[in-house]
Design a protein around this ligand. Structure first.
Ligand SMILES: *Cc1c(COP(=O)(O)O)cnc(C)c1O
Length: 375
């Protein structure tokens, strides 16, 4: 008797749970017909401000565009170095190149998988020697865990770097009780469907407490508009979120806090059933993760993957190639001494099924498969 496969992410159970809310909110948008910058956009931005405590929320077309909008607003350009961890999704570095600036790769930590500040300092020094102007850093809250901003923020300030937090995976997380969204001068997040808070298409948002920065980003989001639609005071982009996506996010916000708690429970159950046989995720003191992914470090990854596959358990490798090894980024500078941790992680990480509706029976099957793989 074949059991149902255990999927990495299950969006169907959530949709069934909130279907009437989703249907009603979509119907409302169809009725008013304001598909671009409709009232749900402002409503969502206010709701996200309340959730994070940030002064401004600017919704936009994707997490990638959120990152780019900040760099555009900051006037990042040729000759500027922007430091990024080597172990992340490609967007973090891609947007730096859009602006003609140089992404500079630094290593990550073996336990949290987040940016290594020692490596960052070596990189800043080296960038100067190469004649680059160290302009900013984009720390990534990988797999949902906030970077240790308690140490990153003072370091960045000492070196005159802006901090643009890439919270595409960590919306809903917190550090020392403070929600993600206010660490650094701006925070970018993504509502790609599989992120902890996802819409039904592409979407993203930027958060900042800085009034001028927020004004500039709002203008850039709509083709650099000034006081009216056909007044263009800077070169911008078409970076708006669709009203329909905002409406869907509003419906999902109603259950988001509950879902975050459920993700934490899933993580706790994994920890209990696996910590004695594999390296389970380590949270920094004071950190609450949004658990976008539950990621193990395994010496025998292939064996575990095979055991999971045989048991009908989906797994994924985020990320199999560090960015500095990617063809498109091979010419970008990388910290002297290299990125041994990022390289090792790319060969040893394995993400397990993780979503708020993963029940105990399914989790036991996952744990049994992992244990079989390492035996
Ligand atoms: C998903 C993701 C992004 C990009 O978000 P999109 O909405 O897909 O553009 C950026 N950075 C990280 C770390 C991500 O995981």
């Amino acid at each position: 008797m074949a059991e149902n496969p255990v999927a990495l992410i299950d969006l169907t159970t959530q949709r069934d749970r909130i279907r009437s809310r989703i249907d009603a909110t979509i119907a409302k948008v169809l009725a008013h017909g304001r598909f671009i910058m409709g009232p749900e956009i402002e409503e969502l931005e206010a709701r996200l401000c309340a959730f994070t405590g940030a002064r401004h929320c600017i919704s936009c077309s994707s997490g990638t565009d959120a990152l780019a909008l900040h760099l555009m607003a900051r006037g990042v350009g040729p000759g500027d170095a922007v430091f990024v961890p080597d172990f992340t999704f490609v967007s973090t570095a891609e947007v730096v190149i859009w602006l003609g600036a140089t992404p500079y790769f630094v290593d990550v930590l073996p336990d949290s998988f987040n940016i290594d500040l020692t490596s960052l300092e070596v990189g800043i020094e080296d960038a100067r020697k190469r004649g680059l102007h160290p302009k900013g850093v984009i720390p990534v809250d990988l797999f949902g865990q906030p970077v240790d901003y308690r140490t990153l923020l003072p370091l960045a300030e000492r070196h005159g770097l802006f901090v643009l937090s890439d919270a595409a995976q960590s919306f809903g997380a917190s550090l020392d009780g403070q929600p993600v969204g206010r660490f650094g001068e701006a925070t970018a997040t993504s509502f790609y469907p599989s992120k902890p808070l996802g819409c039904y298409g592409d979407g993203g948002a930027l958060f900042t407490d800085d009034d001028d920065l927020a004004d500039t980003i709002r203008s850039l989001r709509i083709h650099g508009q000034g006081t009216s639609q056909y007044d263009n005071i800077r070169v911008g982009m078409n970076g708006r979120m669709d009203t329909l996506q905002a409406a869907i996010l509003l419906a999902k916000m109603d259950v988001f806090s509950e879902e975050l708690a459920a993700r934490s429970e899933v993580a706790t159950r994994y920890e209990e059933s696996l910590h004695d046989v594999v390296q389970t995720p380590r949270l920094t003191e004071g950190a609450v993760s949004a658990w976008a992914q539950y990621t193990l470090v395994l010496e025998q990854r292939d064996k575990v993957r095979a055991a999971c596959q045989a048991a009908g358990v989906a797994t994924a490798v985020y990320y199999p190639i560090p960015l500095s090894r990617q063809k498109a980024y091979a010419n970008c500078p990388c910290v002297p001494g290299g990125v041994p941790v990022a390289e090792r992680l790319s060969e040893t990480v394995l993400s397990l099924p993780m979503h708020p509706y993963l029940d105990q029976a399914a989790q036991e099957r996952v744990a049994a498969a992992v244990r079989k793989g390492v035996a």
